[in-house]
Design a protein around this ligand. Structure first.
Ligand code: NAP
Ligand code: MG
Length: 402
């Protein structure tokens, strides 16, 4: 199609490119399913590990600020460097997780929901409806400070107040052995933003909200989460929940896990940062594959960053690098694009753009329902006839359906 015949955009969306197999998929999704139909306006940031290293991670910060400026971003999975990656790419530094950096700047909440396709039944038979996990995307272990302590050291928590006085509390005196300590934090502002995002999202999707922490053990830290949620719910949301016939339930995190396993789904599960990291992988796997888990980061003032919940799928990338066939699921990455395009259409009043995004999602799901799917789904699909497609062929089949 000539550019003038394509669907037009008015405001750019922020495009955050990434690494490895998902970078390969990124290019294929754009070439096969977006560029032919949409005159794409994007502000492009290359968040590949090489470019982040080259720019001292400035690109990551710039891309997050652009997301706040334009209101809609789509992000590819990126490598979070560890010691092995520092060697592999000869990095100047073990740069922080880009997702962590972007989440801090946007101070957002991540909502992850399984993408349900006909023929892919959840491993937990009672989970007939999606479980949406709301992950608090700020603080805790993701922006921690850690130290190694040696035998004889005394570790303390110290708060230096504005007037110079101090409050100290002993963590541990390492009398017998070396050890480790960790300092984590959260802020009332971020917890409140998290609570409001969860209550608002529950209302807009008409689903009940569950929340669990370990407040019986963590009487100051986790208890603060419990109290903030309770106060905001009572003051701002209880009436609205009552009138919609939905509930807010708080319980201990381990009890929440037990109740989730026995549930039918159809609710939003608010999780602290680490719980959400772990539980979203468990829930995604139970619903099919990590490749079927969508993710959106929402800031308190309604800015959106769409991405897949999975990583860069390194094991598949190694095969791709060797010229071997791969069958990597592109659904979550594709739905990040459609989520961003649909939101751009909604905000900019471009119904054609939103309609295109919805059609593209249906085409992808119909492709799976028709028995054409990637390897991860072939092994779990209940369809009587199914065919494994390689990474690129699957996307071409989606284009045929479209
Ligand atoms: P991963 O990329 O999510 O992959 C783990 C495994 O899950 C894969 O080996 C594959 O299993 C399966 N899988 C995940 N996505 C799939 C898909 N789309 N299609 C088919 N199978 C899929 O996690 P990882 O290997 O632990 O991490 C790789 C890199 O990603 C790391 O450098 C990490 O830092 C980064 N990461 C980034 C993000 C992000 O940017 N949001 C999130 C997590 C991890 P099989 O091998 O059994 O086929
Ligand atoms: Mg995780």
């Amino acid at each position: 199609m000539a550019n003038t015949q394509k669907i037009q955009m008015t405001t750019p969306l922020v495009e955050m490119d990434g690494d490895e197999m998902t970078r390969v998929i990124w290019r294929l999704v754009k070439d096969i399913l977006i560029h032919p139909y949409v005159d794409l306006k994007s502000e492009y940031y290359d968040l590949s590990i090489e470019k982040r290293d080259e720019t001292e991670d400035k690109l990551t910060v710039d891309s997050a600020n652009a997301a706040l400026k334009y209101g809609v971003a789509v992000k590819c999975a990126t490598i979070t460097p560890n010691a092995q990656r520092v060697t592999e790419f000869n990095l100047k530094k073990m740069w922080k997780s880009p997702n962590g950096t972007i989440r801090s700047i946007m101070d957002g909440t991540v909502f992850r929901a399984p993408i349900i396709a006909k023929g892919v039944e959840p491993l937990v038979p009672s989970w007939t409806k999606p479980i949406t996990i709301a992950r608090h995307a700020y603080g805790d272990v993701y922006s921690n400070t850690e130290l190694r302590a040696v035998k004889g050291d005394k570790a303390e928590l110290v708060i230096t107040h504005a007037d110079g006085t101090e409050t100290r509390s002993e963590i541990k005196t390492f009398t017998a052995t070396d050890g480790i300590i960790q300092g984590v934090h959260n802020t009332d502002q971020s917890i409140s933003g998290f609570a409001r995002a969860c209550f608002t999202y529950a209302l807009s999707t008409k689903q009940p909200l569950w929340f669990g922490t370990k407040d019986t053990i963590s009487k100051t830290y986790d208890h603060r989460f419990k109290d903030v949620f309770a106060d905001i719910f009572a003051a701002e949301y209880k009436d609205k929940f009552d009138s919609q016939g939905i509930t807010y339930d708080y319980t201990l995190i381990d009890d929440a896990v037990a109740r989730v396993m026995k549930s039918n789904g159809g609710f939003i599960w608010a999780c602290k940062n680490y719980d959400g990291d772990v539980m979203s992988d468990m829930v995604a796997t139970a619903y099919g594959s990590l490749g079927m888990m969508s993710s959106v980061l929402v800031s308190p003032d309604g800015k959106y960053e769409y991405e897949a919940a999975h990583g860069t799928v390194t094991r598949h990338y190694r095969k791709w690098q060797n010229g071997e066939e791969t069958s990597t699921n592109s659904i979550a990455t594709l739905f990040a694009w459609t989520g961003a395009l649909a939101k751009r259409g909604e905000l900019d009043n471009l119904p054609d753009l939103t309609a295109f995004a919805i059609k593209l999602e249906s085409a992808a799901l119909q492709t799976i329902a028709d028995g054409v799917m990637t390897g991860d789904l072939v092994s779990i699909s209940t369809l009587p006839t199914k065919r494994k497609a390689d990474t690129e062929t699957f996307l071409r089949e989606v284009a045929n359906h479209l």
